[in-house]
Design a protein around this ligand. Sequence first.
Ligand code: CA
Length: 226
Amino acid sequence: MRLLLVEDNVALADELAARLRAEGYAVDWVVDGRDATVRAHDGDYDLAILDLGLPGRSGMDVLGDWRRTGLPLAVLILTARDSFADRIAGLRAGADDYLPKPFHPDELLLRVRALLRHRHGTVNTPRLSAGGLTLDEERKCVDVGPETVELSAAEFRLLRLLMLNPGRLLSRAAIEEHLYDGETERDSNVVEVLVNRLRRKLGRAAIETRRGLGYRLRDSTHTGDG
Ligand code: CA
């Protein structure tokens, strides 16, 4: 899942980016409202965290522009604590949720998770279930039938993406676009390597390959044959 963080408070942005990356999100950070307007169109972002008071251009104008141009990303705005007017204006302009400052990063992480689930039409249960698998996003492990399997950070990121899109074919390019930020070097066969590693852990049938087209999480998983 790839996020755009728009925040001009450097200390706060550093802290949030570190927490979000630790949760397996790819994060691109911009400071300026004008940059944010353009940048959101450059990557296939799943969600933006948008501060409203920004240099260059206000967060409200940025949001208005994103929505006018039909950008489908989920938007969580960061508002001043007592600004009822900002919250109402933000929600009217197309924000999906808001968080008044100051906030605890744990609350932000839970709201991000809920928004991403909602965006993918997935119920916001404590654990994500799809394809016969149950993913624990906090412990980064997955239940396969009665077994609990530990995942590496990279395996976790890919499996979460597949589980948020069960039965849907994802091209390698689309997977890379959602798993890596703009700074990361993309190794051409990393997705294939990760898919193979996940198959060894989850069973061969868990992830289907459509040659030349991409990968998809099977709707129901048969385990024990990998
Ligand atoms: Ca600000």
